[in-house]
Design a protein around this ligand. Structure first.
Ligand SMILES: [Zn+2]
Length: 486
């Protein structure tokens, strides 16, 4: 394992003494209980958030995966806090980004499909930082991040590539250049960089690092034939988007897709390595808090699904979360955290209070090796745009699909293979009650507003949203597997 765990009492004592000394050096007279602060805090740290679309945590070598998929991310994380149990609020880009940017669950920000946009009343992370004189920019790709959905709020520069296959190759050079220009003018910045390299269809160059000569039928090798709207497969059955034909994937074919996905991680990792080098060469890492995460993961046939929007297993909801804060060093943190925690954390590090209605918690104490205050460990909620809901409470995770409920003990069964909904009925009923109460509370304070009805792109996205909901309901029958309640 690449990381060093700081777990012996002596190491902890040394670490604590170091943090206390660092805090005293920065804030003389503030007492030995002063929290550890980033070394860039007095002048104000820049903030950079990197989002790797579709990156599930357990396929990174950083998190112990068998293939060495992410050497550059692993090295970068060697100087950072690595959260081993971070949850996304949604398995869909738009929904998840809206949560990241507002620190609200999906039912609270209200953007639960491509027929919704973030309301003008939403206080976004970029919007707040802009008020505090940060220069703000986002370099992103993919249809879900079109400005039509309101996620550009608060960004002085919002560069979006309106293609599903938008790559870090397109976004990172522009992001680096922007950051270097801001730094040269001594302008404090908040920057978001996003790449869609791991999203189907896999169009990055094919070094065939992990494909061991799997036999794949022509037309299925690249998934590009399915580009139309349907990327999803269910129970190894893939319905081709253009012809509607249903094919059953062989073991070699599913192994090929997983290998391609892993090669995509390696490809994105190489681009990120160049980006990190650029940041280091420009001496930006001394003054910049850097977050690396994913909006959601990807179903890779571990359960019934290939793809993400429909899938609420940890395959799609457990995401990498790496936070590098100058001066706070490396650390591995196993507390359950979630992506809505990012906004309060980054604001806290910048000395700014979170907005009213933010549902996440600041992770700053954890980053500094301190115990967070009482009430830190809470239930964590996730939602899909097609009707699925999740609550994690302690070791339990309940998934409620339309017409079906599953319950897992994540401690004993992290792979979610043993559904206990039928045997642990009291636990399931209790979680159902908590879930219903949370959803009702979220609905009371929604920020979502309908999209403007005009424009072809808006109309296309609305049509896709309706199509996807219908598709989800019909998945089993589409692939000849009977009803959705199976
Ligand atoms: Zn995404």
């Amino acid at each position: 394992m690449y990381m060093t765990r700081i777990k012996t009492p002596i190491a902890l004592a040394v670490r604590r003494a170091f943090f206390a000394a660092a805090a005293l050096a920065l804030f003389p007279g503030s007492g030995s209980c002063a929290p550890a602060e980033p070394t860039c805090a007095p002048a104000g740290c820049n903030i950079l958030v990197i989002v790797v679309d579709c990156l599930r945590a357990d396929h990174l070598s950083l998190y112990g995966y068998g293939r060495k998929t992410s050497p550059n991310i692993d090295a970068f994380a060697g100087e950072a806090a690595v959260f081993t149990r971070a949850a996304s609020q949604a398995p869909t880009t738009l929904l998840s980004f809206a949560s990241i940017f507002t620190s609200r669950e999906v039912s609270s920000h209200g953007v639960d499909g491509w027929d919704k946009a973030l309301g003008d009343s939403a206080l976004t992370l970029a919007g707040i930082l802009k008020i505090y004189n940060y220069h703000t920019a986002a370099f992103v790709g993919g249809l879900n991040l079109n400005p039509l959905f309101g996620l550009d709020q608060g960004f002085g520069t919002y560069s979006q590539i309106n293609r599903t296959d938008a790559s870090f190759k397109d976004t990172l050079p522009a992001a680096l250049q922007w950051a270097v220009e801001k730094a040269a003018k001594k302008e404090k910045f908040f920057l978001v960089a996003h790449g869609n390299d791991l999203h189907t269809p896999y169009v990055f160059p094919a070094p065939a690092l992990y494909d061991r000569g799997y036999k794949v039928r022509s037309g299925l090798a690249s998934l590009s034939g399915n580009e139309a709207m349907v990327f999803a497969a269910y129970k190894r059955k893939l319905r081709l988007g253009k012809t509607g034909q249903v094919v059953t994937l062989t073991g070699d074919e599913t192994a090929h897709y997983v290998a391609r996905y892993d090669e995509g991680i390696n490809y994105a990792d190489g681009l990120l390595g160049g980006f990190f080098s650029g940041l280091r060469a420009a001496k930006l890492l001394d003054d910049t808090i850097v977050v690396l995460t994913a909006d959601h993961g990807e179903g890779l046939f571990d359960h019934d699904y290939f793809f993400h929007d429909f899938n609420l297993y940890e395959d799609t909801l457990r995401v990498p979360l790496v936070i590098r804060v100058p001066g706070l060093g490396r650390r591995e943190i196993s507390r359950r955290v979630q992506l809505i925690d990012l906004m309060p954390t980054l604001l806290d590090l910048a000395g700014i209070a979170p907005p009213e209605g933010a549902q996440g918690r600041s992770l700053k104490p954890l980053l500094a090796g301190q115990e967070p205050g009482p009430g830190f460990d809470r239930d964590i909620f996730s939602e899909s745009g097609v009707g699925g809901k999740v609550i994690r409470s302690g070791k339990w995770k309940l998934i409620r699909y339309p017409g079906r409920t599953e319950l897992y003990d994540l401690e004993k069964d992290p792979g979610e293979l043993n559904d206990l909904a039928g045997t642990e009925k009291a636990v399931a009923a209790d979680l159902e009650k908590k879930l219903a109460a949370r959803l009702a509370a979220d609905k009371k304070n929604q920020l979502g507003e309908p999209l403007p009805a005009s424009g072809k792109f808006a109309a296309d996205m609305k049509r896709d949203n309706a199509y996807q909901k219908k598709f989800y309901e019909r998945i089993p029958s589409l692939v000849g597997l009977g009803s959705a309640a199976e």
